[in-house]
Ligand binder design. Structure first.
Ligand SMILES: C[S@@+](CC[C@H](N)C(=O)[O-])C[C@H]1O[C@@H](n2cnc3c(N)ncnc32)[C@H](O)[C@@H]1O
Length: 267
């Protein structure tokens, strides 16, 4: 996959680190802008535990590359600040979209203390990559119009009002990050919150990577299926009746419903 990128203006501004989402895994699911940022970068700090290292092949041979999986926050900030102070183009690469569980606020705050700004390039989050892999619409008319993006508490605590049973009471579609290691406990909490045993669930392990696995089932059987598949990390869990695709038709394309782009009654 090659994209010819011709742009005379640099993406990089003085005293500004670019934070970019590199997408869920497949190299061609990174945005064109993220690819441009990689091409131009002189220092890259990438989240090596989840970002596909293949994306780094777009970097220049002189680019200095650091894997943040081996670094503390202080060390990362030290590298980024030193890079900016020596006039380099510094890129921080996250997996998916940086806004979801990217721990970017602490980086932005620490950089701000050093007088450095950030600019963010969004990416394709694993939630949407996983939905695409299972062919799901997460918002199905008359079933749910809401998606809850959340996680079980782990090393990072979750406020009690956002516990899984509390969120499950909405019966919306839930997209759960960082939770597959405790799938049995998660299922018990979803049931406690009111989902039926028959509620569809899909677990997508490493969506869009070559070793991707998709395991589908319902709340009654998903924990066993996940154990059999040997999935214990790096998976997106999608739960809810929208996955059944049994909802009402949307009004957007209904014959009798007109709008600015199509009058009502036109077949
Ligand atoms: C630290 S969070 C980062 C999420 C990321 N910012 C995003 O938008 O997808 C890591 C978690 O995201 C989910 N995840 C990230 N990449 C994934 C992928 N390719 N397939 C499935 N889940 C993924 C998993 O739940 C994983 O434990």
């Amino acid at each position: 996959m090659t994209l010819k990128i011709r742009s005379k203006t640099s993406l990089y501004k003085p005293d500004t680190v670019i934070i970019a989402g590199a997408g869920p895994g497949a190299v061609d699911l990174m945005t064109v802008r993220c690819q441009r940022a990689i091409v131009e970068a002189e220092i890259i700090v990438y989240a090596g535990s989840l970002v596909n290292p293949e994306v780094l092949k777009f970097s220049s041979s002189e680019c200095e590359i650091h894997d943040s999986a081996e670094m503390t926050l202080d060390k990362m900030v030290e590298v980024m600040v030193a890079g900016i102070r020596s006039g380099k183009k510094v890129l921080r690469l996250h997996t998916g979209d940086p806004a979801m569980y990217g721990a970017i606020s602490e980086q932005i705050n620490a950089l701000a203390e050093a007088g450095i700004k950030v600019e963010i390039i969004p990416g394709v989050s694993s939630v949407f990559a996983a939905a695409a892999r299972i062919g799901a619409e997460l918002t199905l008319p008359e079933v749910t119009q809401t998606v809850i993006l959340s996680r079980r508490a782990g090393r990072t605590p979750v406020p009690e009002r956002e516990s899984i049973p509390e969120l499950a009471r909405h019966q919306a579609t839930m997209a759960l990050f960082l939770s597959v290691a405790a799938i049995s406990d998660l299922v018990a909490e979803l049931l406690e919150g009111g989902y039926a045993q028959t509620t569809p669930v899909a677990v997508v392990y490493r969506a869009t990577w070559p070793d991707e696995k998709v395991v589908s089932g319902n709340l009654a059987d998903i924990a066993d299926r996940i154990e059999q598949a040997g999935i214990g990390r790096q998976a997106m869990i999608l739960v809810g009746n929208a996955l059944s695709r049994k909802g009402a038709l949307s009004r957007l394309y209904a014959d009798e419903f007109g709008h600015g782009y199509r009058p009502a009654g036109v077949k």
